[in-house]
Design a protein. Sequence first.
Length: 292
Amino acid sequence: MRLSDLDLHLLGQAGISAAYQAGHLIARHANREVAVNTKAGGASLAAQVVTEVDHLSQEAILQVLLPTCAHYDLALLSEESPDDRARLDRDYFWCIDPLDGTLPFIEGVPGYSVAIALVARDGTPAIGVVYDPLSQTLYSAVAGRGAWRNRQRLPARPSSPILTFVTDKSFADDPLYAATLPELERIAAELGYAKTELKLQGGAALNACLALQTPACYFKYPKPQVGGGSIWDYAATACLFREAGAPFSDMRGRPLALNPEGSTYLNHCGVLYCSDGGIAERMLALYRRLSG
């Protein structure tokens, strides 16, 4: 079943409502003591920790979105529930990260958000919603309707003399870390920036959104260990970048596989989100050179 423009608009509003409700719940629990547990998942701590707030946020989201699943025959994939693989058979599925950036949330620092996407069976993102409950910032996009930051259409980035690169804290342990640092400075200089800044921080969704606000690049190199983020970390921002006309891909320049038949993890291919094509081209060339 192909969704009409009106269907997508209504589902986009449902996604926004769900993100707001979950975000408000998360905000009420911020800076409070919460129960922290571990779960089976990727090799990194970020992929293994889970809190009661992750589950409460998922419940709030599903209260809004489950009726749409029944009405539109949509599948559902959410981080805190088993993958029933219905996403491989239905025309569309909701892809949900109820608390992206659980580690920053536990630590009481910025970088966590709610991420909700609607993805077609072929992996094309049709709706993307990211809500930052700390700054109360909403990023939203619907196929064919553009991307928005609150009420401002994207891209509308201020110029900056600084080119920012952002990735996960675990990058400091990557075998390519030392070789990458001077190359980032070289890329910034080639593109005419006066300075470069590397930030090892936050959850995937808000890290990517940074490149929709300022000259920036969010990247994750491929790695053999299971992890590296899952499709619920990237589906919403993939729609935002697609609608904003900003480049995103895996670290080999291929489209992100947002409905894979196997594992939902993307450690094997990495991710790359950039504010413009010049940065993206140089980052892809850098990874080809460093990885041999």
